[in-house]
Design a protein around this ligand. Structure first.
Ligand SMILES: C[S@@+](CC[C@H](N)C(=O)[O-])C[C@H]1O[C@@H](n2cnc3c(N)ncnc32)[C@H](O)[C@@H]1O
Length: 336
């Protein structure tokens, strides 16, 4: 299951010693009586399937993409009352009723099925009208590109995509949209004509696509609210696991776990961590990253990072987390 995957990943990457963590996890997360796990990002069900291999476990799966219900129906047939699926955004995880909850898993980003579905417009191979909606959205990237002001487009590209060429790309979009509807190919052509050919490994449109996808799907506020609400519904001793996909997600996840746990590395000359602020027991401060073999088998996994923590306290205040990333939440809230 996910914890074996964590274990495997550790051993392969050789980045962290995992033997003590692995024993700890076996002791607490493979008890003979099992437990309930929430898979916040069901996708094709890889993680849920692993968890359900233990017949004592139950899974409550969520996904915002309504197409995913198709995969979940075979799980309902096979695992019956050990499995349920909800077409829900994970920021609303607190709406679920749970019993004997042991862990909550977030595998962020999008699935191979979503990439292959060219109508969703997440792939650079997509053609036609811009989209990028993952499900349960209010607007698409077509609406953003055809109506957002130049100033706000620059902010979206710069802060959500970390794109250096935000201004010239936004200028060109404003100019071209006066004469035509900008579709996916047009947007890619605009980006390619502006950006120099520096890094041939990364597609030139990666950052602009990322920024639009984050904005359209409100991924920053989804993640922050999802993590806080997950924490609130989890009993102490439960685990939260997050696999992030891009650097902004990892920054948020790292702050969520590391800022609210004991700083084991701090020097004795540094002030003690505020004891009221310790909400997690972290078995590893560093993320687990995929091995070279895993990356060669599954190239999109190259940017993924896995972090996890055990909840040790109730009634916690996450206002520092919200304050730290408010500048990104504000960009997601920009109107057009
Ligand atoms: C990387 S895939 C998950 C793959 C899955 N772990 C598997 O083994 O097949 C991410 C999934 O999360 C879903 N997702 C992304 N953001 C979400 C959100 N805020 N709420 C619920 N589901 C979300 C996507 O629709 C996608 O299906």
């Amino acid at each position: 299951m996910i914890f074996e995957k964590i274990n495997e990943c550790h051993h392969k990457s050789g980045k962290n010693s995992f033997s003590s963590t692995s024993k700890w996890i076996r002791k607490y997360y493979f008890p003979s009586y099992g437990g309930t796990f929430i898979d916040c990002t069901f996708g094709q069900g890889g993680y849920s399937k692993k968890i359900l291999e233990n017949k004592k476990n139950k899974v409550i799966a969520l996904d915002r993409d309504p197409n995913v219900a198709y995969h979940s129906s075979s799980f309902i047939k096979k695992y019956k009352n050990r499995f349920s699926f909800h077409n829900l955004k994970f920021s609303e995880i607190n709406k679920l009723k749970t019993k004997n909850l042991k862990g909550i898993i977030f595998d962020l980003g999008y699935s191979m099925n979503q990439i292959k579905n060219l109508k969703m417009g997440l792939s650079f191979k997509s053609k036609g009208k811009l989209n990028m909606k993952m499900g349960l959205n209010n607007f698409s990237s077509h609406d953003v590109i055809s109506s957002m002001s130049k100033e706000n487009l620059v902010k979206v590209f710069k802060f959500l995509g970390e794109e250096k060429f935000s201004k010239p790309i936004a200028n060109r979009i404003i100019k071209e949209r006066k004469n035509k509807i900008i579709n996916t190919e047009d947007l890619i052509n605009i980006i390619e004509s502006i950006k120099p050919n520096k890094n041939k490994k990364i597609n030139k449109s990666t950052q602009i696509f990322q920024s639009l996808r984050i904005y359209v799907n409100k991924e920053i506020s989804e993640l922050i609210n999802g993590l806080i609400n997950a924490y609130n519904i989890l009993p102490t001793g439960g685990i939260i696991v997050v696999v992030s996909f891009h650097s902004i997600e990892d920054k948020i996840t790292k702050f969520f776990f590391n800022n609210y746990s004991k700083n084991e590395n701090s020097s004795r000359y540094f002030p003690e961590t505020n004891k009221n602020n310790i909400y997690f027991n972290l078995l590893n401060k560093k993320p687990i990253i995929p091995s070279k073999e895993e990356i060669s088998l599954n190239p999109p996994s190259r940017s993924s990072k896995l972090r996890y923590g055990i909840k040790i306290k109730h009634n916690c205040d996450f206002s520092e987390l919200i304050k730290k990333f408010k500048y990104l939440i504000d960009i997601e809230d920009l109107k057009f």
